[in-house]
Design a protein around this ligand. Sequence first.
Ligand code: FAD
Length: 425
Amino acid sequence: MFDFDVIIAGGGPGGSSTANFLRQKKRSVLVLERARFPRFHIGESMLPFSNDIWRELGVFEKMNERYIHKPGAKFIHEESGAEFTYYFDSAISPGRPYAFQVKRAEFDQMLLEHAESLGAEVRQESKVERVDFNPDGVIVHVSAGDKKYSVTAPMFVDATGRDAMMGVERNLKEPDGMVTTNAAVHCMYQNIDRSTGADEGNILIGLFNGGWWWLIPFNDGDTSVGMVFEKNFTKINRGASSKEMMDKALEGLPHLKHLMRDAVPVLPVGAQGNWSYRCKQFYGDRMLMVGDAAAFVDPLFSTGVLFAIHGAKFAAEHIDRALTSGNFAAAEFANYQTQCQSGMDLFKGLVHEFYSESLRNVLMASAVNPTMCAVITSLLAGDVYRPALWQGVVRKKGFSQLIDMKSIPGVKSSRQTKAPAAPQK
Ligand SMILES: Cc1cc2nc3c(=O)[nH]c(=O)nc-3n(C[C@H](O)[C@H](O)[C@H](O)COP(=O)(O)OP(=O)(O)OC[C@H]3O[C@@H](n4cnc5c(N)ncnc54)[C@H](O)[C@@H]3O)c2cc1C
């Protein structure tokens, strides 16, 4: 009766992982991707608690061989020069001592090809133009070059990233008013003065009045550098090019300027905007939104892909159940949103405290409070989905309150004082 069980718009990590999980459940899947891969994409730093999902998707071993290991996150305060590194092997739940730094062009292609190897049909340069939701199924209208055609399925997944196709069409997107940044500029360089030895793969995050910056190292010697600006900076510099904004900001960032003193760009400077929003509803009749199409918390803690692939897993479970029962009513998917939001909300709280200033001090003050350090490390590692005592305490008290606490029951105080063993390449 239908061409496929499920049609997915978007072949990023959200779309390809949903396809992968559905193929593991023997469902027939079509992925329609507007671009031709490999294509550049922002979002290169992964989190350790994604490793469990990479294993379930069957790509962990490949990633382990291919990508530089990220054993921690180093925070640098530009104004004071203070530094602090959170090492993931100090997280409350052990066993995930590193994550990966990936160039998304080839990484997203690897994930999509892997889903294809499991039997998903992938059509690139195929844009979903419109979806008709009928009581007995969906009709997806596609344009591929000069060709226009339609395909049918009982179920549609919107994984179109920050384009948020269904969220925009149904007017469901709500911006997060407590986030004070709204633009990022970024570029890829050779010859950045990077950390060496065991710390080589760490992400560096610089905090400054007016925003923050990231530095993400890759195996091939390239380094991604980006700056995220407060709305005020973006407003004052309206009309300036991305490169002009980057150059201007760099003048006030002595630490980053020093690291970039011999930098040679290998890509043009790019820009991103339109983040920190959530759709009021992540689902509808015969439809689920996965990844950025549903919500985007903030780039600050590198959580986007973690949310997208966990959402993909939850989505595949719901869709599989609906395909078995034949019930595709929106109400059947309500718990999907609850599952996704349980992880997002912890980070949302963290992000709000960061932008209201208090967390910036806490991030740098962790050194004096081992309990605080263990909690922050666990959050930075992405341990946000499993219900646990420490998460309950964080949800109730807020992060900044933790600094005065001696200990949280059940949380082992363990502050990392030296770098873990050298990561393998
Ligand atoms: C400044 C910044 C920094 C970030 N840094 C990080 C980081 O360090 N770590 C991290 O994990 N995340 C980071 N992110 C977030 C990360 O980029 C996203 O969360 C992640 O890519 C989400 O995956 P996705 O599959 O939902 O969407 P995407 O990766 O955006 O994939 C969506 C796909 O859908 C396709 N598409 C769109 N419309 C259509 C259509 N109509 N038809 C067919 N295809 C379509 C697009 O071509 C695209 O390939 C960052 C984001 C920003 C803005």
